[in-house]
Design a binder for this molecule. Structure first.
Ligand code: AMP
Length: 588
């Protein structure tokens, strides 16, 4: 496969391979499971499950338990500590991935190996092939807001870094990007710089220097693109001055970045003047990307799930440039490719690649009925073991939690994501990302999800729009410190909103939750009035800095949408930056 990638990239051949795989999804899944189990039959974990050499799906699901990261954590820790025997995989694991930990506040160790890099490249090539059919690009460059985090050695000497860092450092990544005609316009020293603010600045500078060649603007998650252009608004004059004089801003102090930038930054007053003219000609920065990069064909990054709230701002910067939503995956491995690039990000779906792992799906309808049943009988809530179904047995219109078995030692691993099956591509399902499962803790009988929170914030943000303001970012907390518990929503707003609008927004946030459990609990005051806390400008930047300080990269940063008590530091940052708070009067 690696050799194949190094050869000339043929999009039509990639599409053909994808069509063949997806036409035979069931058979491919059985083969992949068998391959994974054979390759790893020496792993203690599998031996203990009593598979005795069996590799069929039925034996697999009856012998191997469903697990979450919590259950595997001690085993992964043993690997990181250098245990000399095969624990989860046949071949020794030499690299560990650190998940961003931004959704739940805790970073996770996940085993990583070359197969995961290969599957990443397969996903990249597949979605690129489909994208290129609709939006062909010529030879050029990509302005990619990507960042390598520091890699470090675990106690046992294994290399550890974020998934994106592990991928960006690989030779395969560069070869694939080159083959796809979109090498990154920034030098490696910028991507792997030690300070993301300096790297971000230089990414912007490189983008401007190569502005005529830029075909694609991208990042892993859309948040990072929005953050970059918000930063541009603040530093554009400095960037233009650097270009005019050919000298780098004194804010850039990292020696490797300075040396690398010196090779490409030469005085170019003409370019600087063009950019100044473009910027001055814009109204409220609308269409900035289109103006700065005359040959850009599209903007690319994950725009679904917790990224949806940034779409409005991204569209504002993009002007007429199409937004194309990227694929679906995680530190634990990739899942599906966006093979319908013309759909709006809100409608994006992901076709599961049947050969990149073995996938099962826990039906959520069944799980909900089961727990409701228990609630109605007034019995203690015992979660029934949900029975997952195979990749090709999922039903259109239903929601599921994704269970992954990969080549790097995860077996029947619950990813914690909720997806909805919206159709099939040949015989493989097309998924829509719904939300993280159980993100918001329950106070009474409420079952609000991350998606419900997003919709409530969207509804209330419309009120702000009347004052030409926007929600820069938001999160929430379930406050159980007083009886009854209540929801707290934290908002950072782009300017000073009036008292009336904020009070109205607070009421709207409360009444916009549609979950029947929430509404009925609010009516009888079993859940207290929702509280809106308005934050100082720059609070979410502090939260981001906190995660980056922990070694997370900007690539994988996702604002945590609900902050639990385990995430004390973030709670502290939020609480210390509240400037105003409002209590809802929506339910009397
Ligand atoms: P991490 O392992 O930190 O990179 O985070 C992976 C998580 O990001 C996944 O489990 C999803 O919850 C989320 N995610 C990844 N890809 C997408 C996507 N295309 N749409 C929405 N959420 C995504």
């Amino acid at each position: 496969m690696l050799e194949k990638m190094e050869k000339e990239f043929d999009p039509e051949q990639v599409i053909k391979e994808f069509e063949d795989l997806t036409k035979n999804a069931k058979r491919v899944q059985t083969e992949i499971l068998s391959k994974i189990l054979k390759e790893n039959c020496e792993a203690e974990y599998l031996k203990n499950c009593g598979l005795d050499g069996k590799t069929d799906p039925e034996s697999y699901s009856s012998c191997v338990p469903l697990v979450t990261h919590k259950e595997l954590e001690p085993l992964i820790q043993q690997i990181a500590d250098g245990a000399p025997y095969p624990i989860l995989t046949g071949k020794p694991i030499t690299t560990i991935t650190l998940s961003s930990g931004t959704t739940q506040g805790k970073r996770k160790f996940v085993p990583f190996n070359d197969e995961l890099t290969e599957t990443t490249m397969q996903i990249y090539r597949t979605s690129f092939a489909f994208r290129n059919r609709e939006y062909p690009i010529g030879n050029g460059k990509a302005l990619s807001f990507i960042y390598g985090s520091k890699q470090f050695k675990t106690k046992g000497g294994l290399l550890a870094g974020t998934a994106t860092t592990n991928v960006y450092r690989s030779e395969q990544f560069k070869k694939t990007m080159k083959a796809m005609q979109t090498p990154c316009c920034s030098p490696d020293e910028v991507i792997f710089g030690p300070d993301f603010q300096q790297s971000l600045y230089c990414h912007l500078l490189c983008g401007l220097l190569f502005r005529d060649e830029i075909q694609v603007i991208s990042s892993t998650f859309a948040h990072s693109i929005v953050l970059s252009f918000r930063t541009f608004e603040l530093v554009w004059e400095q960037l233009c001055s650097d270009i005019k004089t050919g000298t780098l801003s004194p804010q850039i102090t990292c020696p490797t970045i300075i040396t690398a930038m010196a090779k490409i930054l030469k005085p170019n007053p003409e370019l600087a003047n063009t950019i100044i003219e473009k910027c001055l000609g814009l109204t409220n920065w609308y269409g900035l990307i289109e103006e700065l990069f005359p040959n850009v064909k599209y903007i690319y990054g994950i725009m679904t799930g917790s990224m949806e709230p940034y779409l409005k701002k991204l569209r504002h910067y993009a002007g007429g440039i199409p937004l194309l939503s990227a694929d679906y995956g995680s530190s634990e491995g990739w899942i599906g490719a966006n093979v319908n690039p013309t759909r709006t990000p809100e409608m994006a779906t992901f076709a599961v690649l049947p050969n990149i792992g073995y996938f099962e799906f826990i039906p959520l309808k069944e799980a909900n009925v089961a727990s409701q049943d228990h609630a109605e009988r007034g019995s203690e809530l015992v979660l029934l073991e949900p029975r997952p179904v195979g990749l090709t047995d999922v039903e259109v219109g239903e929601e599921y939690e994704v269970v992954v078995t990969n080549f790097a030692g995860l077996y029947r691993y619950r990813l914690g994501d909720v997806v909805k099956v919206v159709g099939f591509h040949n015989s493989t399902p097309e998924l829509q990302f719904v939300c993280r499962r159980n993100l918001m803790p329950t106070i009474n009988i409420d079952k609000n999800t991350e998606k419900d929170l997003q919709l409530s914030v969207e509804a209330a943000a419309k009120l702000l729009a009347s004052e030409k303001l926007e929600v820069v970012d938001f999160t929430s907390q379930v406050d159980l410190s007083s009886e009854p518990g209540h929801y707290v929503i934290f908002w950072e707003v782009s300017g000073e909103a009036s008292e009336e609008v904020l009070q109205e927004s607070c009421n709207c946030l409360d009444s916009a939750f549609v979950d029947a459990g929430y509404v009925s609990s609010r009516k009888v005051q079993a859940i207290g009035p929702l509280e809106l806390k308005v934050l100082k400008r720059g609070t979410f930047q502090k939260i981001l800095d906190h995660y980056v300080g922990l070694g997370s990269t900007l690539n994988q940063f996702k604002t945590p949408r609900c902050v639990g008590p385990a995430n004390q530091i973030v709670l502290q940052i939020l609480c210390n930056n509240v400037v105003k708070s409002y209590i809802s009067s929506a339910f009397g």
